[in-house]
Design a protein around this ligand. Sequence first.
Ligand code: PLP
Ligand code: COI
Length: 372
Amino acid sequence: MPGPDMIPFAQNPHPAPMAEDARAAILANPGFGTAFTDHMVSIDWAEAHGWHNAQILPYGPIALDPAAAVLHYAQEIFEGMKAYALEDAGTTAGTMGGITLFRPEANAARFNASARRLAMPEMPPALFVDAVTQLVLADRQWFPTVPGGSLYLRPFLFATEAFLGVRPAKAYRFLVIASPAGNYFKSGASAVSIWVSDYTRAAAGGTGEAKCGGNYAASLVPTADAFARGHDQVLFLDAAERKWIEELGGMNLFFAFDDGSLITPPLGGTILPGITRDSLLTLARDEGLTVREERYSLDAWRADAESGKLVEAFACGTAAVVTSVGKVANASGAFTIGSGGPGQLTERLRQRLVAIQRGHAPDPHGWVKRIA
Ligand code: PLP
Ligand code: COI
């Protein structure tokens, strides 16, 4: 029996889904974010009707009024999450086996926090999770066949009202699209290299903790700069003192010390509250490790890496999972973390997280939601 927050979904299956051999070629080498499944979910919101017109329809271009507010004032938010195919049914991944989501209610909660900051309508968490689930089930033959593969899900909401005055829009569209995903980093590197930007990403009171497209637009020049210099990601320092480490363009950071303790920057409104970050904090504490959510400066990072007090650093996020940082550079020089390669603690925490996500280990915190 659907709850009061649930609405019926019209089913409009794709009349001509991708041919099996073309799909198989993608699933054998998915990369990140370049291929999309046969379907998408769409739900509209209007002041008079709330959430309505939910449907699953063929993936494809959408029509937007040229005056739609999102195209002018960037009123848009999104989420990033993954579905995993279990190997428990003894079948090819994704064909008939079980399927899970990882902490989808946490994504729903963060989506609503972003919506509040961008003056957009909140979505009942059950409807958010239902929308994502329906798409995964419609496109369950789209799980990658490579080790470590998953189905990356991108729910997003944008202002569709045709109006050029600057105020919150009165009409929105929510879409979910899905993309088979392998390694986020093109190099497939076991440790990534980071460029510390002179640009900043977010100031106190801004939108740093919201997952809105505008934050990423502002990060593109520094990201392109990092790529042009041969690095994999950009690192942002705080906007007030240009001293404290905040986060990467699309990931949170952790630092590991020779006494076995960890530090990660605190959530103070300017960094994204990563669900991977939160999960790793919990797993590290479960192991008895001391983890501090504490400010850490770039100067301290360099000094501790050089003295050997800092032994590992790693990036974490849905797309990137957990990846060691091997090298850090800015305009005044570069330094190496440990041997410059993958770290042992990083690898252990990565394996513990992935084992839970993929159903290979018990799930003591109830993070895994089985949807098939
Ligand atoms: N920080 C930024 C800027 C991100 O874009 C992401 C990815 O979503 C993260 C951190 C990590 O968040 P999560 O672990 O929830 O994917
Ligand atoms: C994610 O990890 O889901 C993100 O949204 C980050 C982005 C860099 C792909």
